[in-house]
Design a protein around this ligand. Structure first.
Ligand SMILES: *[C@@H]1O[C@H](CO)[C@@H](O)[C@H](O)[C@H]1NC(C)=O
Ligand SMILES: *[C@@H]1O[C@H](CO)[C@@H](O)[C@H](O)[C@H]1NC(C)=O
Ligand SMILES: *[C@@H]1O[C@H](CO)[C@@H](O)[C@H](O)[C@H]1NC(C)=O
Ligand SMILES: *[C@@H]1O[C@H](CO)[C@@H](O)[C@H](O)[C@H]1NC(C)=O
Ligand SMILES: *[C@@H]1O[C@H](CO)[C@@H](O)[C@H](O)[C@H]1NC(C)=O
Ligand SMILES: *[C@@H]1O[C@H](CO)[C@@H](O)[C@H](O)[C@H]1NC(C)=O
Length: 607
């Protein structure tokens, strides 16, 4: 059973291989046609015959869409992938027989004739002399004066000027502002019906160049204005620039987007689908499939004016259904926003200050970073201005609500000036988006400043507080340690030791006035001993506390208290003895001792 299946698979593969082989050799083998790319004056291409571009990439001929064999169209397709039709001549008028023929008249007009000789499509342009048509390796089918073959200047007509739903490398999407001629994509009605559908992709040349997708009369999506490097809302264009370079040509007779394939890049095409999605497809010859390279619109935020005027869309905020108001604005209809209906947009919180239009306005700008710039249809553009001039001009015109650099090529803040009047619409956040300067009333700016202040001051305050708390903690710990020290017993000397040390308070050992005596304690350590009055009436505990206090008052210029002695009513303080009666002792030590003597509150009343 398994073996049978295996055999079946092999046979299947073999059959497919043979069919592919047959298909591959069919054009030349079937009718013995000499493969050519040129239709000379007086010549014709009948159904079943083809023109093949010099490198073999493109084929021109008759085809029927999948599942509609009764309808015949004249078109151009990728030789490697016949379903990838990139141009159709008779989109509206299919032939219903296989008797169609493409002829070129002596005046250079292309005619698609049905079996009865009726013209179902024509190229609609004429030349004074004989002309020939050629299918170029780019996929462009051109009509030129016969002498001019191979020369681009003498093109009388070209299929690239009449796009279907596909844009090829080198083909323009745009307008001729002088003649009003337009190169735009129109979707098929269905995947197997080339009849023009209701989706259109065109270059919007009002304001800055911007590619716009329309469905009927409704603007569905815009790429955002061209900023010199990419369309503001499609920064990822720059990421595939090694394969496809993008450019917008701005000339008096041409404003157009064009992409070019770099050598070695895969075959590619931009296709506008029946539902208005534009895909960049790249051919993978190994697996023989078209890979989707890029797509527009990409997400919910690409929907035109999704969040209304002064609204902004962020795909990362699904919780608020993507829309929010720009700073200084609030929902025009909070009830609608609550119902997730945000197309009503936002309203300014505080009115702008016109300042009489003489530049005395108090308004300012906040920068909204990383956005697709708003629709520039009604914007004022000056490519020659600097961004700084732009700011001045915007402040000077009461209608101006925002400005931005029109060209970011120079780096820095960019150059050129685009100013929006009255309102802005269709702003969204994108990676590598641009800076939009939004005009706000002073009060709203102040809020921002305050916001900034809060943003800066809060952390700083918190930090300082934390430091303070930490400091206080350490102080507390030290205090604890000190209290710990306090708990350490101040050495108590026995009265006997003191008697011995002072030779029973002998007069020889007396040091001046005030009950001071000199003595020798603990292995020849000289000490000064102060004898306090027995009648001070102080309790032992109070005495001890005060002694501890004094002991803590230690300073290099003070005489150190070493301990004390309590014996009955006798209270003695033992200080360190400074034998040479140093200056320190006299200036500070004695002074302290004197003060100690005179300070009643100290309670250490000497006799
Ligand atoms: C097409 O060309 C062939 C000769 O190549 C000619 O016999 C035929 O009549 C032509 N058909 C038309 C419609 O011109
Ligand atoms: C084929 O199309 C022609 C017009 O181009 C029309 O007159 C004729 O009736 C059609 N034939 C059929 C079978 O549909
Ligand atoms: C092209 O043909 C249409 C009719 O199909 C005609 O109205 C128009 O004027 C023609 N244009 C040119 C440039 O000949
Ligand atoms: C600007 O206009 C305001 C109000 O219209 C006026 O008070 C002010 O004097 C003007 N300043 C200048 C410099 O013209
Ligand atoms: C431009 O102005 C026209 C006329 O006021 C208006 O209908 C249109 O919506 C505006 N476009 C934009 C993008 O604001
Ligand atoms: C403000 O700009 C608009 C649009 O560019 C212009 O029509 C108007 O004259 C300008 N107003 C002033 C005071 O410059």
């Amino acid at each position: 059973m398994a073996a049978t299946t295996e055999l079946g698979r092999s046979l299947h593969a073999l059959i497919i291989f043979s069919v592919l082989l047959l298909l591959a050799v069919r054009p030349s083998a079937a009718a013995g046609i000499i493969v050519t790319d040129t239709l000379s004056s007086g010549g014709n291409v009948t159904d079943g015959e083809t023109l093949v571009s010099s490198g073999g990439t493109f084929t021109l001929g008759f085809f029927s869409p999948t599942g509609v064999p009764a309808k015949r169209y004249l078109g151009i397709w990728f030789t490697a992938s016949p379903p990838a039709v990139c141009w159709v001549a008779n989109r509206d008028v299919p032939l219903n027989t296989t008797t169609g023929v493409l002829v070129i008249s002596s005046s250079g007009t292309l005619h698609l004739l049905d079996g009865t000789g009726r013209t179902s499509w024509s190229s609609n342009t004429t030349s004074a002399s004989a002309a020939a048509a050629q299918l170029l390796e780019s996929g462009n089918f051109v009509v030129r004066d016969e002498q001019g073959i191979g020369d681009d200047d003498d093109i009388i007509w070209q299929s690239f000027d009449h796009p279907s739903n596909t844009l090829l490398a080198g083909q323009r999407l745009g307008k001729n502002p002088e003649t009003g001629a337009e190169w735009s994509l129109t979707s098929w009605r269905a995947p197997n019906d080339p009849t023009p559908g209701d989706c259109r992709r065109a270059m919007d040349t009002k304001g800055l160049p911007d590619c716009v997708s329309w469905q009927g009369d409704v603007k569905k999506y815009r790429t955002g204005p061209w900023n010199g490097l990419w369309f503001s809302g499609v920064p990822e264009m720059s990421s595939y620039s090694e394969m496809f370079t993008n450019d917008v040509i701005v000339k008096p007779d041409e404003v157009a987007y064009v992409f070019n394939a770099t050598p070695g890049a895969p075959l590619s095409r931009l296709v506008l689908s029946e539902v208005g999605v534009l895909q960049r497809l790249a051919w993978d010859p190994a697996s023989r499939v078209w890979n989707v390279f890029a797509q527009a619109p990409r997400d919910v935020c690409d929907g035109y004016a999704m969040c209304g005027v002064f609204g902004t869309c962020d795909v990362n905020t699904a919780s608020t259904l993507f829309c929010s108001c720009l700073q200084g604005f609030s929902p025009a209809s909070p009830a609608q926003w609550a119902m997730r209906e945000s197309s009503g947009g936002c309203r300014r919180k505080a009115p702008l200050d016109c300042g009489g239009g003489n530049g005395t306005t108090t308004d300012g700008f906040v920068v909204v970073r990383g956005v697709k710039l708003p629709d520039t249809d009604n914007a004022t553009v000056d490519m020659g201005a600097t961004v700084e001039q732009c700011r001045e001009r915007c402040l000077g015109n009461c209608s101006c609500v925002a400005y931005a650099a029109a060209d970011i090529r120079g780096g820095g803040g960019g150059s050129g000036c685009v100013m929006w009047m009255n309102d802005i619409v269709d702003v969204r956040y994108v990676d590598k988006g641009q800076d939009l300067y939004l005009r706000l009333a002073k009060s709203e700016l102040a809020k921002e400043k305050r916001g900034d202040v809060v943003k800066i001051v809060l952390p700083v305050t918190a930090f300082v507080l934390a430091l303070t708390a930490l400091g206080m903690y350490f102080v507390w710990i030290c205090r604890l340690r000190e209290f710990g020290d306090e708990n350490l017993e101040l050495p108590f000397f026995s009265f006997g030791d003191v008697i011995t040390a002072t030779n029973n308070f002998s007069a020889d050992n007396m040091l001046g006035q005030g009950g001071f005596g000199k003595g020798i304690l603990d292995e020849n350590k000289e000490v000064a001993i102060k004898r306090l009055c027995q009648s001070s009436g102080q309790g032992v505990e109070e005495f001890r506390n005060e002694v501890v206090l004094i002991a803590k008052l230690q300073h290099r210029n003070l005489v150190r208290l070493l301990g004390c002695c309590i014996h009955g009513d006798e209270k003695l303080l033992i200080y360190e003895y400074l034998p040479n009666k140093s200056l320190d002792f006299f200036i500070f030590g004695m002074e302290l001792m004197e003060r100690g003597q005179n300070n009643e509150s100290a309670g250490l009343i000497p006799c």
